[in-house]
Design a protein around this ligand. Sequence first.
Ligand SMILES: Nc1nc2c(ncn2[C@@H]2O[C@H](COP(=O)(O)OP(=O)(O)OP(=O)(O)O)[C@@H](O)[C@H]2O)c(=O)[nH]1
Ligand SMILES: [Mg+2]
Length: 169
Amino acid sequence: MKKLFLMGRSEAGKTSLTQVLKGEELHYVKTQYTNSEEDVIDTPGEYAESKRFSVGLACFSFESDVVAIVQAADEPYNLFCPCLRSFILRPLIGIITKTDSPYANIPMVEQWMRDAGCLRIFHVSNVTGEGVRELMEYLEDDLPPLTMEQAMRRQNLGLNEWDEITAVE
Ligand SMILES: Nc1nc2c(ncn2[C@@H]2O[C@H](COP(=O)(O)OP(=O)(O)OP(=O)(O)O)[C@@H](O)[C@H]2O)c(=O)[nH]1
Ligand SMILES: [Mg+2]
């Protein structure tokens, strides 16, 4: 299973998503700290909202296999800059929560995530469970292990560890 790192503004639905992925009933808990031992690393929204604390996000992201931007479908503004992927050393995905919201504007949030450089974008509702299976299927497999030679070859080609090497040959 891929270890997933979640970042996004407060109320985006990160803790609810963590509960759904663990098969728990939804119950509101304000995230106050981060625990990197779990398969899903949940973070307080305030870390993403503050320049000073966002450095902490970068540190915790190194504990994961995949980094996810979590944004609600009815999010009023975007916290993440274009090309965010270029300074994250893990595959970046987007998870749009609250797809059940009457105020959902999914094309807008998808555009933000594409601009950030997300490789894949998942749509979920933590309330109805819609879209959760697709995300779980993606997380199911481990990232393929690399030998030191394979990692160095990618580095020499200017590729990320998870990029397909055939893309440049
Ligand atoms: N309608 C709907 N509400 C949701 C969904 N996901 C979360 N919520 C609600 O949104 C509120 C915030 O959810 P949380 O999961 O606590 O948000 P968070 O991103 O962990 O917030 P912080 O811990 O403050 O960073 C709660 O009242 C949830 O019940 C969803 O998919 N649909
Ligand atoms: Mg939380």
